[in-house]
Design a protein around this ligand. Sequence first.
Ligand SMILES: [Zn+2]
Length: 201
Amino acid sequence: MKPSSLKVGIDVPWVTSWTGELSLGAGPCPSVGGALAILQADHAGRGKPLYSQNHAVRQRLSVRDMRCPMCGEPTAADDRWTQVAHPVAAGRLRADGRGGRLPADLADESILIDAGSIAPLHKACVDRSLRYCPHLKADPHIDVRRFPDRWVILPLTARAEAAPQLFLARPVPARTAEVIGFLQLCGLTSDRDPAWRDVSR
Ligand SMILES: [Zn+2]
């Protein structure tokens, strides 16, 4: 597959997946401390960019290491910005079954900034992407704000069939294993919403 004339981190976000990057199934991944995770070949710039698809491993690295998904460089603590901030109460995440990894001492009424799978960007990269990306420009949900100083990372997992052990003398019953896909990032704020249970809000 030919290298693209588009530059990774300049014309195409660093975290974006390319058609030349095949999925490699599940396996232990250093991006999550060796836990089972979705693996993907690392050939950014080969083939065509898949703008709506994050690369499995780069996505996890961007959240784990606070690397800007646009340029791929680390963001400094005083230069972390989110474009799609969804305030959500910790209790709401727990009620939806997504809060299992939240710190136990975090009150249900604590407001988190759910950044989804998107690590914070440099301010300069936010400005550049808003200027050049037609999707972002037209998106009414764009809400640029500072990312909080503290955060939690929630691995999004799926059950997957474990590799069959074909060469054992005795057949092994089929097993499934927990496999990490993307890492979800939630900033911790000092805001509270005591009425978070009120579904009409
Ligand atoms: Zn950047």
